[in-house]
Design a protein around this ligand. Structure first.
Ligand code: RB5
Length: 149
């Protein structure tokens, strides 16, 4: 399942993406927010991370103003690989090499807003290449486990 969430600064782009997913015949779950009232993006990052992790084939699309806060927040969740993408090429390599399971976008970023259909389409249609990239992803998780505070 595709899960979609944003804060108030990403809600306009979220609506456009949802219309696009519907047009493509793709099902999704909208986790909010659904108005321009100011909200705290970490709550939506958490909601989306938990939903993606509960679903064996879960994919997330997460939007804030820049995409930066959502990226920082969502990547705190183990095995979430959130990728902030501004171009379709970013989205392609985020899936091919990084096996990203969350696409992060900036709803106030003109380049992203201009390219959002291509970015979303590329992210959803590109498969992970595996091989040496699988080893590198495993390293991310094992290194994180060994961090001593
Ligand atoms: C909200 O104004 C804005 O700070 C938020 O959407 C995001 O860009 C944070 O990184």
């Amino acid at each position: 399942m595709i899960f979609v969430a944003s804060d108030h600064a990403g809600v306009d782009l979220k609506e456009k993406i949802e219309k696009y997913l519907t047009k493509c015949g793709l099902e999704f779950v909208d986790l909010g927010t659904n108005s321009s009232v100011s909200v705290d993006y970490p709550f939506y990052a958490k909601l989306l991370a938990e939903s993606v992790l509960k679903d064996a084939n879960g994919i997330g699309i997460l939007i804030c103003g820049t995409g930066i806060g959502m990226s920082i927040a969502v990547n705190r969740f183990p095995t979430i690989r959130g990728a902030l993408c501004r171009t379709a090429q970013n989205a392609y390599f985020a899936r091919l090499h990084n096996n990203a399971n969350v696409l992060v976008l900036g709803g106030r970023d003109k380049l992203t807003c201009f390219n959002y259909k291509k970015i979303v389409k590329t992210f959803l249609n590109t498969q992970f290449e595996g091989g040496r990239h699988q080893r590198r992803i495993a390293l991310i998780d094992s290194q994180a486990k060994n961090i001593k505070n």
